[in-house]
Design a protein around this ligand. Structure first.
Ligand code: DP6
Length: 324
């Protein structure tokens, strides 16, 4: 029998997840909301094989070291246990996302792994359960189980902190991803958010403000109010980066070209082209726009960036099992 391959797309948060209230269970300090993108995804298969000595993990065809394999093994144990499986696994993953460039590769990676483990263990988990499991691998993966606009509800405990689909985003929505730098980031989001929660005096203000942003952006999404959605997105992302500047030591993921991209977005807006930026734990800039304006916006960015640094993404779909 050939194992099933599962595909999960990455997602970009419009209302950010930045900080945990429980680090072990990956329970967030606030709820968040994202857009799943079609252009970046991970395909993963898991096959249990008693003839191999230990879990063996290939990423993009390359055998991974102990550290990366341990992370995957630990996550797979969450599935092996309820399924009563004790065999080692062969895990093959292909990442169509520049790894650790702030394009949330852990989101699609952990979501696809959750889906593939579910298939291999035949646990028949619901999407909601898969979202809960994916959360234990990486917070942002919670949201990659669904397509379109997705909310990760912080919940009250480990059993009710999962994502729910909000809207299919089938209304002229696009995102231009400006890859400022695709190198591995030095400070992971996990470390960055941990230190921010611990040391930033702005953190309590962030929690108060992001809760309000979430309510307002959901209204904007439900009423297809692109401008309001964009304004809240841009403001929420900047506030998250503000909390990092207040951390000790201060943290900033921005590079000079990140600022160039942000200024260009402001300029395009002044010229009457509606678009809004957001950034994550990396220097890349994501520009939320009308899909019908995306080619025009990309052309303007080509005056500052190479065309291979510019990727237009459409709303993507949720987790799916590919044909065997
Ligand atoms: C800035 O999901 O990578 O992209 O839960 O520790 O694995 P862990 O963190 P991760 O953090 C993502 C942070 C963010 C914002 C977001 O995606 O909401």
């Amino acid at each position: 029998m050939t194992e099933k391959k599962v595909r999960a797309h990455t997602n970009i948060a419009l209302i950010k997840y930045w900080g945990k209230r429980d680090e072990k269970l990956i329970l967030p300090a606030s709820s968040s909301l994202s857009l799943t993108l079609d252009a970046f995804y991970t395909d993963t298969s898991v096959a249990f094989d008693s003839s191999i000595q230990q879990d063996t993990f290939y990423l993009n065809g390359v055998l991974q070291n102990d550290v990366a394999t341990k992370k995957v093994s630990h996550f797979l144990d969450l599935f092996r246990k309820p399924a009563g499986i004790h065999s080692p696994a062969l895990i093959k993953s292909t990442n169509f996302v520049p790894t650790a460039a702030g394009l949330a590769s852990s989101a699609s990676g952990m979501a696809a792994l959750a889906g593939a483990a579910n298939e291999a263990c035949n646990l028949q988990l619901t999407k909601r359960e898969l979202s809960l499991f994916a959360r234990k691998g990486s917070g942002s993966a919670t949201r990659s189980i669904y397509g379109g606009f997705v909310e990760w509800q912080m919940g009250t405990s480990s059993t009710d902190s999962y994502a729910v689909p909000i809207d299919d985003a089938d209304w002229d929505i696009g995102m231009l991803v400006v890859v400022v730098n695709s190198r591995q980031k030095e400070i992971s989001s996990r470390e960055g958010m941990k230190n921010t929660v611990k040391t930033s005096p702005f953190y309590s203000g962030w929690l108060e403000s992001t809760a309000k942003d979430l309510i307002e952006i959901k209204d904007a999404i439900y009423s297809h109010d692109f401008q309001k959605m964009g304004e809240i997105t841009e403001s929420n992302g900047m506030k998250m980066h503000g909390t990092m500047l207040g951390a000790n030591p201060p943290l900033s993921y921005w590079e000079p070209d990140s600022v160039v991209a942000m200024q260009l977005v402001r300029q395009l807006r002044q010229e009457g082209l509606p678009c809004y930026f957001t950034m994550d734990a990396g220097p890349n800039v994501k520009v939320l726009c009308r899909l019908t304006d995306s080619d025009k916006i990309k052309k303007r960015f080509e005056t500052h960036f190479d065309s291979d640094q510019l990727i237009i993404a459409k709303p993507g779909e949720g987790l799916k099992v590919l044909s065997e």
